[in-house]
Write a protein that binds this ligand. Structure first.
Ligand code: SF4
Length: 326
């Protein structure tokens, strides 16, 4: 294990920060002149990979919360979910700028009228809500849905709003997507991504390191492809077995082994070195409630992992984009 050290990195990006990569927080701060915080919203949608539309049972790593951070109670209506968390976030992060983040399950998996209703409720929940982020599967968007999301960028008030769509790609390897029962392909992502570019929508692509059967080269191939696509943002997670998931069963039966902590730290640094230097990094380590994480337990210390990623970059003397080749 690395010894966590204080590191100060000289930023070479337009977003002042002390990391060897472009953290999302610094990007938002630069763009909006102050700290911006996301508040998770759960509209109670399902997922086509759970309800039988494309598959049943979901991805092998998906638990009953739909891969959420468990910060909201979906019994509350949308406005209550936002205002209920706002005061706590206001004190903790000392900010009054919030983005409504539709996170759990698939947040475009409903008719457009229903989507408009829940997005409207979020944007109208409080005057301090200045943006909308929608997390979804690539195979669940179309022109109409992306046009609706785009409409919140300028159509709600005279001020610029932050609008973003987040896609769970996870890996560019279809064999891996099949192994984790994703029920979609990299070609689905390419279609959604082209459409997203046409709408000039800000976006973030979720990837998972440590997927079953993937080598280091496989993971780096995902990084290189994301760089080649010139995606605007990337969110990096490690594969985690949460309670009551098929992955947890595989782990207990000895059929899946999570990444070792040090391996993850070094792999994240390698991954970031292959990304485009301007790509915004939304996250370098996932978080999970210790009560629900089966393995690896080290992932519950997210901030220690992040500090050791900083330390590894300092040890290498490298930064994001170091190995990017156009
Ligand atoms: S696509 Fe997302 S919500 Fe659907 S099963 Fe997979 S992880 Fe869960």
């Amino acid at each position: 294990m690395l010894t966590t050290t204080e590191t100060t990195h000289q930023s070479t990006t337009p977003y002042p920060n002390d990391k060897a990569y472009n953290p999302y927080g610094a990007y938002l701060k630069q763009r909006f002149g102050g700290r911006v915080v996301k508040i998770t919203v759960d509209p109670g949608f399902s997922c086509p990979n759970i309800d039988g539309t494309k598959g049943r049972g979901g991805c092998t790593f998906c638990d009953e919360t739909g891969s959420s951070s468990r910060t909201v109670d979906k019994q509350d209506d949308i406005a209550e979910q936002i205002t209920g968390n706002m005061e706590r976030m206001r004190k903790r992060f000392k900010t009054s700028r919030f983005v409504a983040y539709f996170q759990p399950h698939t947040n475009t998996f409903a008719p457009v009228g229903t989507l408009k209703s829940v997005y409207d409720q979020a944007m109208q929940a409080h005057p301090d809500v200045m943006g909308l982020a929608v997390s979804t599967r690539p195979d669940c968007v179309d022109d109409e849905k992306l046009a609706l999301i785009k409409s919140y960028q300028t159509g709600f008030t005279e001020h610029e709003r932050y609008v973003s769509v987040e896609y769970g790609l996870q890996t560019i390897h279809n064999k891996t997507l099949a192994l984790v029962n994703r029920c979609e392909t990299v070609e689905d992502f390419e279609t959604a991504y082209r459409l997203t570019q046409q709408f000039e929508l800000d976006h973030c692509i979720h990837v998972i390191l440590g997927m079953p059967g993937e080598s280091h080269d496989d993971m780096m191939a995902t990084a290189k492809q994301l760089a080649a696509w010139r995606v605007a943002g990337v969110k990096i997670h490690m594969l985690v077995a949460m309670g009551k998931t098929p992955l947890a069963k595989l782990y207990r039966a000895g059929h899946w082994h999570p990444m070792e902590r040090q391996d993850y730290i070094e792999t994240v640094c390698d991954f970031l070195e292959y990304l485009h230097p301007e790509c915004i990094i939304h996250r370098v380590a996932g978080n999970g409630h210790p009560q629900h994480v089966v393995a690896p337990q080290w992932m519950t210390q997210k901030f220690d992992v992040m500090a050791d990623i900083d330390a590894e970059f300092a040890r290498r003397g490298t930064q994001q984009g170091q190995r990017y080749t156009p």
